[in-house]
Write a protein that binds this ligand. Structure first.
Ligand code: GDP
Length: 298
C-alpha cells in the first residue's frame, strides 16, 4: 500500500519532472530562466508567483554567486517553501462551543468526501460532530451525507426540499442543545446561476450568525487541485462573497500540477488547512509547505 506522500509525489510527478529535469547539468543562464518560467506557468503557478519566484532566484544566484545547477535548484526550493509557508495553519479546535464550519465548493470538488474525512479527523481529536445537509438542491448530496453519517454514528440534520439556511439554523441550535463540539454545514455547489449560489451562501452565513454570535467560525472552500488556474478564480469569488478562513485542496494525488498553491500564496494567501491525496479517510493530510515542495522539486 502506497503512503500518502508517495501518492502526492505521483500526483505531482509530471510537474516535478518538468521542473527538476531543467536543472540537470544545466548552465545558469537566460535559457534556464526562460525554461523555468515556462515550466512554472505550465504548473498553474500563474504570472505573479512565477515572476516572483524567478526574481528571487536570480537575486540569490547573484548574491551567493551560485554556479552549480543543483545549488540553484535548492535555492528555488527554499524560495518556494518560504512562499508557501504562510499557507500552513492548523485548524484550531476547542475555542468555540460549538465551532461552526461552513463548507463551500463547486460540485465535484470533493466537498462531501472532505466533510466525511474531516468528521473522522475531528472525532480522532475527541470532537463530537454534527453535520448539516445544507445542499438541499441536490438530493444525492443529502443522501450521500446521510449514509456517511449513519455509517459513522454522526448525526446529520437534513430536510427534504428545505431551505438550506433553515437547516443550518436548526443544526447550530441542535448542536448547542446537545453539547456537540463541531457543526459542519454542507452547502450547494451549483444552482441555476452563479449569482444565485453566492446569494444563497451569504444567506446561510447570515442565518448561522443569528443562531450563534460569532458563527460561522470557519468558512472553508474545497477546491479540486486539478482545475488549474480556474481554482484561483473560485478562491477569489468565494472569498469576495463569504470571507474565507481556509481552504482544502483535493485530488493532489491525481494529475494536479501543484503550482496553484504558489498562485494562491501570491494573490490570496488563505490558509490551506488540509490537502486531499486520495479517496480514503486517511487521505486528508494537514498541509505542510516543506513536504509539498519536496514532492514538487524533489
Ligand atoms: P462534491 O460534489 O464536491 O461533494 O464531490 P464529492 O465529495 O462527491 O467528490 C467527487 C469525486 O472526487 C468522488 O469520486 C471522490 O471520491 C473524489 N475525491 C474527493 N477527494 C479526492 C481526493 O483527494 N483524491 C482523489 N483521488 N479523489 C477524490
Amino acid at each position: 500500500k502506497q503512503s500518502w506522500l508517495t501518492r502526492l509525489k505521483n500526483g505531482l510527478s509530471k510537474t516535478s519532472n518538468n521542473l527538476t529535469s531543467l536543472f540537470v547539468g544545466a548552465k545558469i543562464d537566460d535559457d534556464l530562466y526562460e525554461e523555468l518560467e515556462s515550466a512554472l506557468l505550465m504548473s498553474d503557478a500563474g504570472m505573479e508567483a512565477t515572476l516572483y519566484l524567478l526574481d528571487e532566484l536570480k537575486k540569490q544566484v547573484k548574491q551567493q554567486k551560485l554556479t552549480d545547477s543543483e545549488q540553484v535548484k535548492t535555492a528555488l526550493k527554499n524560495i518556494f517553501i518560504e512562499l508557501l509557508a504562510p499557507l500552513e495553519r492548523s485548524l484550531e479546535l476547542g475555542r468555540h462551543q460549538p465551532m461552526v464550519m461552513m463548507i463551500a465548493g463547486v460540485n465535484g470538488a470533493g466537498k462531501t468526501t472532505t466533510i466525511g474525512k474531516l468528521a473522522k479527523h475531528l472525532q480522532a481529536h475527541h470532537q463530537s460532530v454534527l453535520l448539516a445537509a445544507g445542499d438541499t438542491f441536490r438530493a444525492a448530496a443529502r443522501e450521500q451525507l446521510t449514509v456517511w453519517g449513519e455509517r459513522n454514528n454522526v448525526t446529520v440534520i437534513s430536510q427534504e426540499s428545505g431551505d438550506p439556511a433553515a437547516v443550518a439554523f436548526d443544526s447550530v441550535n441542535s448542536a448547542i442543545a446537545k453539547g456537540i463540539n463541531v457543526v459542519m454545514v454542507d452547502t450547494a455547489g451549483r444552482l441555476p446561476s452563479q449569482l444565485h449560489l453566492m446569494e444563497e451562501l451569504k444567506k446561510i452565513k447570515r442565518v448561522v450568525t443569528k443562531s450563534m454570535e460569532g458563527a460561522p467560525h470557519q468558512v472553508i472552500l474545497v477546491i479540486d487541485g486539478n482545475t488549474g488556474q480556474n481554482a484561483l478564480a473560485q478562491v477569489k469569488a468565494f472569498d469576495d462573497a463569504l470571507g474565507l478562513t481556509g481552504l482544502v485542496i483535493t485530488k493532489l494525488d491525481g494529475t494536479a500540477k501543484g503550482g496553484i498553491l504558489a498562485a494562491i500564496a501570491k494573490t490570496r494567501p488563505i490558509p490551506v488547512y488540509f490537502i486531499g491525496v486520495g479517496e480514503k479517510i486517511e487521505d486528508l493530510q494537514p498541509f505542510n509547505a516543506r513536504e509539498f515542495v519536496e514532492a514538487l522539486l524533489g
